[in-house]
Ligand binder design. Sequence first.
Ligand code: NAP
Length: 326
Amino acid sequence: MYDVIIIGAGPAGLSAGLYAGRDKLSTLIIEKAKDGGQIVITAEIENYPGSILEESGPTLINRMSAQATKFGVEKVIDTVVDMELEGKIKIIRCKKETYEAKTVIIAAGASPVLIGCPGEKELTGKGVSYCATCDAAFFEDFEVYVVGGGDSAVEEAIYLTKFARKVTLIHRRNELRAAKSIQEKAFRNPKVNFMWDTVVRELRGDGILESMVVENVKTGERLEIVADENDGTFGVFVFIGFKPASDIFQGKIDMQDGYIITDDNMNTNIKGVFAAGDIRVKSLRQVITAAADGAIAAVQAGRYIEDNDYSFTNLLVGGGLENDTM
Ligand code: NAP
């Protein structure tokens, strides 16, 4: 039995691993694919303190991963399929194995909804972005397009006007979904333009975004938008929804709109179960906030273990099976 099982090896999970490992807690990180989560599709990171020189998502995550391993954290590649979280001993069932721990830190992350058009994956981080806070500065004085019509798209379009010389919001209807107050701000901003009833059909470019094919859904007319000759590229920021990786926790843990609810100490409603990073309800989803969440969750997991009696006799008299909600 581990002291801590961490689900997810993004910045939140790896930071939790680092803190748990340094605290001499036996720790297992379960990751379904590659370490890093969303950050591995980020070409350049300049908003994580200390990342000044040529820091990319993969370089930062490789160092985070090595640092956690250095402190004895074990890692497995496996997919969580089911779990029992309420008892004193938490059981995590994966495709390959079943694992047990005294505490669980859920750091499974979230991911943006993709347009799903040709060229999108290849050009992500090369003109196509899902995070204005992360990437706006790379488009200083360039043209950018924002896809979507909800609060995120409209707010981020307004934010992007601080950097880009022109921002065009592409929305599939002729009316925004965003709150009226946010819409009004966008309509008042002379740098924000609108392309209504339009969807993106293809993103094109050889190593960098050079053009985009859009289609008017009412007329079926297609148009290729080509980068300004002097710029050579432009930005496409996609905000058509964000999805937390929380499906497997549905019904087992308290959530709001699919995000796990925690307190400031990353406690969920179930004792000994913590959540960290993008999967939890929070106001800013960034590497720095994910790392902070992970550190807090690991320290709290350590305190929870100290405060609870995991002696064999205690578990034998029923402690391992009790209903352990907050
Ligand atoms: P959202 O409200 O679900 O809006 C998604 C937008 O993307 C909609 O306009 C939708 O179009 C469009 N869309 C969806 N799928 C698409 C596709 N395949 N192709 C093209 N367009 C597509 O998502 P969100 O803006 O990320 O907001 C999520 C939640 O966070 C919302 O509850 C929102 O209120 C909240 N939020 C609040 C604030 C704030 O209060 N300041 C800021 C950000 C987010 P349709 O309109 O046609 O469906």
